[in-house]
Design a protein around this ligand. Structure first.
Ligand SMILES: Nc1ncnc2c1ncn2[C@@H]1O[C@H](COP(=O)(O)OP(=O)(O)O)[C@@H](O)[C@H]1O
Ligand SMILES: [Mg+2]
Length: 399
């Protein structure tokens, strides 16, 4: 194994017995945190008693498996590490390791009675605070340690305010890794990763800063780059429509041509009942959908998951395959931002309401956690539904 300079620094702390009870590796994406945390975890566990209990947890068991268990197997080989996510157990150098997903139902009650020698946490900011508090209370054996990795979040995040900012009082170490520290990566790849982020996500995931979400949500939107005129879809394009439903609020629909390398919003329909003065029924909204789809073979219609009556109205007509959208706001915003930064999301110049909302859609700076202002967000929502429900998988974007 060859360490980067930064990784070696961490390993030297361990060698010199300078690790603390809580050890947090924070910083940019792809900076080598997870890789070295797993090396350290493996070597450390191997030196600890084999009759004690250990725990590894991620946001869910699925992400834990992908981010940590499979890489651990590659690092130490199946002679030294085996796991079963169905049994929620692993063996690392003969030590029993329990596996948990921090967000899985009842995970907190599962760890309630344990006494742990060591715990490993992947992507700690994504854990519920209660789970982490419970976990700390379980590290009761002398010399017990926690090793965790995380990307930064808001400066108001519980992990930053209650732990990292108080590390001198807490027997805690935090060490920051930056993308440029990862000398195992090709510089061209590093450039490509940097180009994927803008705004607050650039500050957090590239600069490694605990940054507030402020200003425009999509500062990377640029008419010169993202708006096209007279776009002609290729013959292989697949068509989708995404919908943010509203009765009192505006109802926004976009027609997308999905190509190999990009998705283009070729037309949109935006109905503002307040402005236009009359509220429409589901049936009337359905007619607008039919109008928007005219001349195109629509593969799927992606709809606001809360619009139950409209979804059943579309189903009843039987002309479209309808899917309810994934409405995780912040994850969806991040995916949409990445697609914009990659130049994979384009808009026809006729999509006036999308273009208008891009210049207005903002973060709520009064709120401690990342919160969007729920104004000028109707086209923004239907775009996000499409990006997070369809494009994320189509272009293999990370979670
Ligand atoms: N010392 C190393 N030797 C070989 N590959 C490494 C090393 N450190 C990191 N990597 C690789 O670099 C990439 C990013 O590292 P990772 O630990 O996943 O970053 P982070 O957790 O900071 O996002 C991964 O593909 C990882 O395998
Ligand atoms: Mg990682």
């Amino acid at each position: 194994m060859i360490y980067t300079k930064k990784q070696l620094e961490l390993m030297m702390l361990w060698k010199k017995n300078k690790l603390k009870r809580l050890n947090i590796l924070e910083g940019s994406v792809s900076s080598g945190k997870t890789w070295i945390s797993l090396v350290l975890w493996g070597f450390w566990v191997a030196t600890m008693p084999s009759d004690k209990l250990y725990l590894m947890c991620g946001k869910s068991l699925t992400t834990l498996k992908r981010n940590c268990l499979i890489p651990l197997e590659e690092l130490f080989g199946t002679d030294n590490f085996t796991f079963s996510t169905s049994a929620k157990e692993a063996y690392l150098f003969g030590r029993l390791i329990l596996l948990e997903g921090a967000n899985d139902a009842r995970s907190e009650s599962k760890i309630r009675g344990l006494t742990l020698q060591g715990a490993y946490c992947d992507e700690l900011t994504l854990f519920p605070e209660d789970f982490f508090v419970m976990l700390l209370s379980r590290l009761r054996v002398p010399g017990a340690k926690l090793i965790a990795t995380t990307n930064p979040d808001s400066p108001e995040h519980w992990l930053k305010k209650k732990y990292i900012d108080r590390k001198s009082e807490l027997n805690m170490l935090s060490i920051r890794f930056l993308l440029d520290d990862n000398t195992t990566l090709d510089p061209e790849y590093i450039q490509a990763v940097k180009a994927e982020y803008s705004g607050v996500f650039y500050n957090r995931f590239i600069l490694g800063e605990w940054a507030i979400a402020e200003g425009l949500i999509y500062p990377q939107f640029n008419k010169d780059l993202h708006v096209v005129s007279n776009y002609k879809p290729s013959k292989d394009a697949i068509y989708y429509i995404s919908i943010d439903y509203g009765t009192v609020n505006p109802c926004s629909m976009g027609l997308w041509a999905l190509e190999d390398d990009k998705a283009v919003r070729i037309k949109e329909h935006y109905y503002n009942s307040k402005k236009q003065g009359d509220r429409r029924t589901d049936e009337e909204h359905y007619q607008s959908l039919v109008e928007l789809a005219k001349g195109y073979d629509i593969y799927q219609v992606i709809v606001d998951p809360s619009a139950a009556s409209f979804i059943s109205c579309i189903r009843k007509h039987g002309d479209f395959v309808v899917r309810s959208a994934n409405n995780s706001v912040i994850d969806g915003v991040r995916t949409t931002g990445t697609l914009l930064s990659q130049g994979r999301l384009l808009f026809s110049d006729t999509c006036k309401d999308s273009i208008r909302e891009f210049s207005l859609y903002r973060w709520d700076e009064e709120k401690p956690e990342d919160t969007v202002i729920k104004e000028n967000d109707h086209a923004m929502d239907d775009i996000r539904y499409f990006c997070y429900t369809i494009l994320k998988f189509h272009y293999w974007l990370d979670e």
